[in-house]
Write a protein of this length. Structure first.
Length: 333
């Protein structure tokens, strides 16, 4: 009888051990699926219009993701929206955008609902006849779409040289249209320069726009009711999505900004960023929440704050906002 019980106890232990082993084996695919996202391209260079195969792994399974393309130092524009496979993978094709020989474009794969968990890879344009060498003006006026490394290549200098000559540029990834840059050795024909670092630090500063009441355009751009809209530089957590961060900062500011006396017409609203799509220079921003409009003068103030916060970025030429799917203009009444 005792021997029989010992055999049963031994059998139970073996069954328990096998169950634990089976559970561990079953957990392996889950652990693999939770690995960091990666993106690979084939090919990694070519002329404009090249069909690029995008291969992504390590994303959450069966999850909507976006594929975007943009310069290394700016927001990206979404070109495709897809869903990952059961094992968190993705296979898609996109076409290389226009540009000049040596231009680099960052291809991003990002979870649609959370634009902070993606991965990137870089495509380099080649085989383009750039024609006659250009001569760089000095000072150089930053245009929408410009990047520091692109200016360096065009003006026969380096990113490091530009930063040394322009100490006012606090973040090499953040350039504002209209800014004038001193070009070291300007006036010489542009020659190919070494490819700069395509993975510079994330944005840590950006601008929000507030209102100087009854300023009459003395301190900034004049808007309705005799007010002015004023840019204010703020610090943000390191991010590759400065536009989203700028809006979040704007929505978190109280009615009055510090000791400046600047007014935030959005302080009584409860808004959040649902998504941002930038295509061919046009930004579509989806917001959710409640918009509070206290009076007729609030309408131009809110419009100016939201529009100027978007238009500070060189990759955005125009912007439209929706709130809970309704155009901003309708929400303003």
């Amino acid at each position: 009888m005792t021997t029989r019980r010992l055999r049963l106890d031994t059998l139970r232990r073996w069954i328990f051990a096998v169950a634990i082993l089976a559970a561990l084996v079953a957990a392996v695919p889950v652990a693999l699926a939770q690995s960091s996202p990666t993106v690979a391209l084939s090919p990694t260079s070519g002329p404009p219009g090249t069909e690029i195969t995008v291969m992504a792994n390590g994303f959450p399974p069966n999850t909507p993701v976006v594929i975007g393309i943009g310069p290394p130092a700016s927001e990206y524009g979404v070109v495709r929206t897809m869903t990952t496979t059961d094992d968190g993978a993705l296979l898609a094709t996109v076409n290389a955008p226009d540009g000049s020989t040596g231009d680099e474009w960052v291809i991003v794969v990002d979870v649609e609902a959370d634009r902070s968990t993606g991965a990137t890879a870089t495509f380099t344009l080649t085989g383009i006849n750039s024609g006659q060498p250009q001569v760089c003006p000095n000072p150089y006026t930053v245009q929408r779409g410009d990047t520091l490394w692109g200016i360096a290549r065009e003006c026969n200098t380096s990113v490091a040289g530009l930063l040394m000559a322009n100490p006012q540029v606090a973040n090499p990834r953040l350039l504002y249209a209209g800014t004038q840059l001193t070009i070291p050795g300007a006036g010489q024909p542009a020659q190919p320069t070494p490819t700069p670092d395509t993975n510079p630090p994330s944005f840590t500063r950006t601008q929000i726009f507030l209102i100087a009441l009854e300023d009459g355009g003395q301190s900034g751009q004049e808007i309705g009711c005799g007010d002015s809209v004023i840019p204010v530089e703020v610090q943000i957590e390191p991010t590759d999505a400065p536009f989203t961060a700028a809006l979040e900062q704007l929505f978190s500011v109280g009615e009055s900004y510090g000791q400046s006396g600047l007014y935030n017409a959005l302080s009584n609203s409860t808004l959040a960023v649902q998504g941002i799509d930038i295509t061919d220079g046009h930004a579509t921003v989806a917001l959710t929440g409640q918009l509070q409009v206290a009076g007729t003068c609030e309408t131009p103030r809110i419009q100016a704050q939201l529009e100027q916060t978007a238009l500070q970025y060189s990759t955005i030429d125009s912007v439209e906002y929706t709130i809970n799917g309704e155009p901003l203009e309708s929400a303003l009444g």
